[in-house]
Every structure is written in C-alpha cells, then in structure tokens.
Design a protein around this ligand. Structure first.
Ligand code: UDP
Ligand code: MG
Length: 332
C-alpha cells in the first residue's frame, strides 16, 4: 500500500514531521479532592493543541488519602498518564526531581496539581519554548494566597536575591518549562536538601518569563505549613550562599567592639568607684545572656551547614519508588 502511494506520488515524501513531546511533571500529596478536576482541566487545555504530543508524570509523594486510587483510574483511561509511586512522603522538591528523572519529553513542564498553576498558562510556556527559550519561568503577577503567605514570600524572594549570587527571578515558584537539554543537565544535580527553582536559575541557558495570575487552591489545604516553608526557605539560602556564615564573623566583630566598651567601663568602675562594684548584677546577667544567645545562634547557623554536609556524606538515595504505573518501561 505504501508502495502504491509512493508510486502515485513521484515527489519524495516529506520526512515524517517530528512531533514535539511535552512532559508534565506533577507532584501529588494528598490531593484526592482536586486531582480529578485538575486532570480534566489539563486534558481539556491540551486538546486545543493537536500538533503536540503530551505525557503526564504524576508523582505520588506518599499520599495518605485516596490520591493514588484516583491516579490509577486516570492512568487506566489515559495512556499518556504515568504514575511514580513513592514509598513514603519525600517532599515536593524530591517529587519534582523524580518526575524529571522519568519524563521523556522534548520539553518538561513542572506544575502544581491543585489548579493554582492554570493548565492553559502551561501552553503559553510551550509557545515561549518554541520561540527559542530553553527555560521558561511562570511568574506570579498576582496570587490568591493568604496575606501572611504573600508577605513572607515577597520578602523571602527579595532577601534571597540580595544574599545569593544566583539570579532567581522574583516571584516564581516551581511552575516552569525546561528544554530537554536543561532537564538532562538538571538531573546531574543530586544534592539532598534541594531548592529546584534556585538550581534552575543558576544554570544559565536562555531564560525567559511568562506572567500569570495565580489562582486559589481548587480543593484541600496547602501542603506547605509554616514548618515546611521555613525549611524550604533555609534550603534556598544555604544552597547558594555562605552569607549566614559570614554574618557570624560580622556579629562577632560587633559583639567584640561592644564588649570592649563594657570591659573599659568595668575596669574604670573598679579603680575609680570601688564602692559600687558589687552592684553589677543586672549588667552581668545582660552580658551573660546576650553572649549565650549570640553563641547559640551562631552554632545553629554552623550546624545547618554541617547538617547539609552530613546528609551529603551519607550518600543515601534521594527517593524510593514503590512502583511506576502506566507507560512503557522499556527505555527507562
Ligand atoms: N506536594 C508534594 N509533596 C509535599 C508537599 C506538596 O508533592 O510534601 C505537592 C502538592 O500536592 C502540590 C505541590 O506540591 O501539587 C505544591 O504544594 P502546595 O500547593 O500545597 O503548596 P503551595 O501552592 O501552597 O505553596
Ligand atoms: Mg498550591
């Protein structure tokens, strides 16, 4: 049949067009109430781009609810869906990393599965990529989070920018597109306490931004309570900067200068006003407690860096997978 088709058409058949494959890396942690709606909205958006192929890599980050069962149904109905099921909760940043390890697309898009990152915006990222960008950050023009989260995030990104050398674009989360080349290079970064958005920004390549309005969470609550947010914030700074360590030295100098004043004062009192030297209890307490606090704080900062060295030295695997569901595993 092919031959007859060819003989009827003497002109050389055009080379089969390479259809770009776009991978979605989708971390899921206890999203049972929103995940099906997310998938529906994503597939609806993708249906508008028949010229592209898509795959969705859902990383189930040890969800304790029915998320996995829902993902399984999605995988049964849609061959483009693959699931990486973690053995336990390893955290958002590790889930993204696992997704990137598995994704096969010519471009990879990382996005939240709570509909805060709108699926239609991901197609704008694809357009920017097709125009030549190798990394496309989705920048939050506005967001619907609580005032507290907005303010802390706003401040944090600015502190990060001033304390690190990498130019992390302001107000970007992990919603971004990476070209295959960038994704391959990113996979070589295996540090444990990772801040993916910082690593990507530090990589170079042709980077660009697409602005979008961040929606409210479709269902459920944020999986980033204050504790996790603080950890991510500390990982961000300590991954890229030793400024906190240098600040200890500066603090030491400041305290030393201050203690000189105290020492001179104490000596002067001893020699010129011996009658009141015993009444220095308040001063003593202030000095002891202040120095104690400064030292604890400094030890904490040093400890944070030592903790990072410790976990790197252990060399444990970044994550453990129970099962990869759906898709062909032949080339993995
Ligand atoms: N997430 C995850 N593991 C976690 C915490 C969160 O995979 O330990 C996922 C979560 O399901 C969501 C994304 O990471 O798809 C971002 O989390 P969330 O929406 O709670 O963060 P926020 O948007 O509030 O910063
Ligand atoms: Mg969210």
């Amino acid at each position: 049949m092919l031959q007859t088709a060819l003989s009827q058409q003497p002109v050389a058949a055009p080379a089969p067009e390479h259809r770009p494959l776009i991978s979605y890396v989708l971390p899921v942690y206890n999203e049972q109430d929103g995940i099906a709606a997310f998938h529906t909205e994503l597939t609806a958006a993708l249906a508008g781009r028949p010229e592209l192929d898509f795959e969705m890599v859902y990383v189930n980050d040890g969800s304790a609810d029915g998320s996995l069962a829902i993902l399984r149904t999605l995988a049964e109905r849609d061959v483009r869906v693959r699931i990486v099921d973690f053995a336990r909760n390893f955290g958002h940043q590790i889930a993204i990393t696992a997704g990137l390890d598995v994704a096969r697309g010519d471009a990879v898009i990382v996005m939240d599965t709570d509909l805060q990152d709108p699926p239609r915006v991901s197609l704008e990222l694809v357009d920017a990529w097709r125009e030549g960008a190798e990394i496309v950050h989705a920048r939050r023009r506005s967001r619907q989070d609580t005032a507290f989260k907005r303010t802390t995030a706003h401040l944090y990104y600015r502190v990060l920018r001033s304390s690190t050398e990498v130019d992390i674009p302001l107000d970007t989360g992990d919603f971004r597109l990476l070209d295959r080349r960038v994704a391959d290079e990113l996979r070589k970064y295996r540090e444990k306490s990772r801040f993916v958005r910082g690593i990507v920004a530090s990589m170079g390549y042709r980077q660009t931004e697409v602005a979008f309005d961040r929606d409210e969470r479709f269902a459920g609550e944020t999986k980033y309570p204050l504790r996790k947010m603080a950890k991510l914030a500390i990982d961000g700074v300590t991954s890229f900067s030793t400024v906190p360590l240098k600040m200890i030295t500066r603090l030491g100098f400041a305290v030393l200068t201050l203690s000189m004043v105290g020492i001179l004062y104490a000596l002067a009192m001893k020699f010129f006003r011996p009658d009141i030297t015993v009444s220095g209890w308040t001063m003593l307490m202030v000095v002891v407690l202040f120095l104690g606090g400064v030292q604890m704080l400094s030890l904490g900062v040093i400890g944070t860096y030592i903790g990072r060295i410790y976990s790197e030295a252990q060399g444990r695997p970044l994550y453990l997978v129970r099962e990869v569901i759906g898709g062909s595993r032949a080339d993995d």
